[in-house]
Ligand binder design. Structure first.
Ligand SMILES: NC(=O)C1=CN([C@@H]2O[C@H](COP(=O)(O)OP(=O)(O)OC[C@H]3O[C@@H](n4cnc5c(N)ncnc54)[C@H](OP(=O)(O)O)[C@@H]3O)[C@@H](O)[C@H]2O)C=CC1
Ligand SMILES: O=C(CO)COP(=O)(O)O
Length: 332
């Protein structure tokens, strides 16, 4: 049994908290909103963010007090919307025990700095990279919350830390693999959201399997080429965080990114799709960060560029697809 604190009681933070509690750990949820804290403690529910769960495990409780939340934590899990992670985590600097491991569940790139979440978390908390792990995989929160079998990967430069996180998060229905490729896992989690926006848009516009498969394949290529340029290992792209999450996110209306794209494809504006979104669609702010990273590393990012034109200039799905067609002839 491990004392684990989850920062952020959103849909995934709460579903992952349940995974951890089901694995036999004592789980403290930290939430900024008093109503969510009270709902978890008094009703064993998070009706605002994860209404599908009727009764959260007894081993989960919540607090809004930062120091109390992390005081006894052996593992601290961060599940905050990526664009707000830095500002939220800076408040925890100096509060987290010096031997605790910090895990990021977040899938996004910080827009103002073009930094991955491993960089944001370690900078904001002044944490050595050896105490950090990135967790990612095909994990739609509603399915995990229903205890459907699923898997993810924990990546850390320290094998001991990756194994500690994997052991703490593995239970009868959830399996956590390990990896040493933090950059690869981070890039997969962030870029698959951009692809899901585009696939969702094509679906919303009425296109079928061929179009979806084409976008998904080009998206996989883009994340592989850009990730490799940043130092990721190629094998990671074919694992849980890569192909696994791409299949899930690009194939399900349970994905906020897919749904956001689908709403654009049906004719909604970005503002309307944002208002309709049930939780954060990380791909939206991540698009421009991916384009910027591509420019920085000299790697073309045609899919992210086309989606940037969708989000910023309002081009149609047909125009987005013709931009993809215009990008090169090589399929290797
Ligand atoms: N949902 C899913 O299926 C999965 C999500 N992820 C990733 O996990 C991360 C969180 O996703 P998810 O929980 O689903 O998102 P939600 O939109 O459900 O929740 C976002 C969380 O971020 C918190 N938050 C936002 N701004 C701040 C802030 N300034 N200070 C403190 N907390 C803040 C929210 O708090 P509040 O509730 O008070 O607004 C909430 O707890 C994302 O990066 C996502 O990509 C990864 C795998 C699966
Ligand atoms: O990351 C996810 C599935 O693995 C969740 O996707 P969304 O953030 O698009 O809902």
């Amino acid at each position: 049994m491990t004392n684990i604190t989850v920062l952020g009681a959103g849909a995934w933070g709460t579903a992952f908290g349940q995974v951890l509690a089901d694995a036999g750990n004592d789980v403290t949820m930290w939430a900024i909103e008093p109503d969510i804290v009270a709902d978890i403690n008094e009703n064993r529910r998070n009706s605002a963010r994860l209404p599908i769960v009727d009764q959260l495990p007894e081993r989960m409780h919540a607090t809004g007090d930062r120091a109390e939340a992390v005081r006894d934590a052996e593992i601290v899990v961060v599940a905050i919307a990526a664009q707000f992670a830095r500002v939220a985590l800076e408040e925890f600097r100096g509060l987290i025990p010096s031997d605790a491991v910090v895990v990021s569940l977040m899938k996004g790139i910080e827009r103002s700095t073009d930094k991955r979440m491993d960089e944001v978390v370690t900078e904001a908390l002044e944490l050595p990279l050896e105490r950090f792990a990135a967790v990612s995989g095909p994990n739609l929160s509603k399915e995990v919350a229903q205890r459907q079998p699923a898997a993810a990967v924990a990546a850390s430069v320290s094998r001991e830390v990756a194994e500690k996180v994997a052991a703490a998060a593995t239970n009868a229905y959830f399996k956590m693999f390990v990896s040493s490729d933090v950059v690869g896992v981070e890039m997969c989690g962030s870029l698959k959201n951009v692809t899901a926006l585009a696939v969702g848009m094509a679906r919303g516009a009425g296109y079928g399997e061929n179009t979806a498969a084409m976008i998904q394949t080009r998206g996989l290529r883009e994340l592989t080429v850009l990730g490799s340029a940043l130092g990721a290992q190629k094998e990671t792209f074919f694992g849980m965080a890569g192909v696994g999450d791409l299949i899930t996110t690009c194939g399900s209306p349970l994905s906020r990114n897919y749904t956001f794209g689908a709403n654009l494809g049906k004719g909604m504006s970005v503002e309307e799709a944002t208002a309709a979104s049930n939780g954060v669609a990380e791909g939206v702010p991540t698009v421009s960060a991916v384009v910027a990273l591509g420019e920085k590393y000299g790697v073309p990012t045609p899919l992210a560029s086309a989606m940037q034109h969708v989000l910023e200039d309002g081009i149609s799905c047909a125009q987005m697809l013709s931009e993809l067609f215009a990008d090169g002839d090589v399929d290797e």
